[in-house]
Design a protein around this ligand. Structure first.
Ligand code: UTP
Length: 224
């Protein structure tokens, strides 16, 4: 199976957590050893947001602010690449072509941001589209998709399974309300819906949940 793993920057990098990164490195290697083709996309976490704030303080435009965050996510990705050693491709791909070439060499891809104006969710969806992935699993700081932001609303209900259209509607309804729980960004959802890539959102603090997702077990939220 071709698997895209979206590693929450919130999980491994807010603050940076060596043991968590190590667990992900082991998980990615295990996937490969089981015969899967693997690409991971790491988010920039709170450090990226801090850099965006500093860039704003320096009066840099949005594109340059985004570049600051992209570099942070790539730095995180580089730690994974170093941890993977020979199993990885040695560098962090900065284009979809490089990502695909790395995968074609039988190596584990780990990348961060691609270009300004998107999130790493969208990067993961674009990589999924490019390599014709079978599954995207996001290890998030929430254990699935809820009807509302579970950290703000105690009556938020977890959804075990939903269709991409339902997810898009969930965003639409809440678009103008504060505290929208965008566990996957809407642009990424649009791409995932177009290519019909099965997507799962699981609690990323325990990599066993990502293993369950790859095994096709019920965990987190599955979007089809
Ligand atoms: P992230 O995707 O890293 O943040 O993008 P996130 O969604 O909070 O993910 P986690 O929780 O850290 O995993 C942070 C910001 O970096 C810029 C955008 O401004 C984005 O909102 N960015 C990131 C880009 O402009 N392009 C990219 O390809 C990636």
């Amino acid at each position: 199976m071709k698997v895209i793993v979206r590693v929450g920057g919130s999980v491994v990098g807010s603050p940076l957590d060596a043991s968590m990164i190590n667990r992900y490195v082991t998980f990615l290697k295990d996937l490969k050893n089981q015969g899967h083709e693997v690409a991971a996309v790491v988010g920039g976490g709170s450090l990226a947001r801090e850099f965006i704030k500093v860039a704003a303080g320096l009066c840099l435009d949005e594109t340059r602010r985004d570049w600051a965050a992209i570099h942070v996510s790539r730095l995180f990705a580089q730690l994974f690449v170093l941890g993977l050693g020979d199993a990885g491709c040695g560098t962090v791909p900065t284009t979809l072509d490089e990502a695909q070439a790395c995968m074609n060499r039988g190596k584990i891809v780990v990348m961060g941001g691609l270009r300004p104006g998107m999130t790493t969710d969208t990067v993961a969806a674009l990589v999924g589209e490019r390599v014709k992935a079978d599954l995207l699993v996001k290890g998030s700081n929430v254990d699935g998709i809820y009807t509302k932001d579970p950290r703000k609303f105690s009556d938020a209900k977890k959804l075990d399974a939903l269709k991409f259209e339902e997810l898009a509607n969930l965003f639409d309804e809440k678009q103008h309300k504060a505290g929208i729980n965008q566990v996957i960004d809407p642009e990424a959802v649009r791409i995932l819906a177009k290519i019909k890539l099965k997507t799962m959102v699981v609690d990323g603090y325990d990599t066993a949940n990502l293993v369950f997702a790859v095994e096709g077990r019920r965990v987190g939220t599955v979007i089809t």
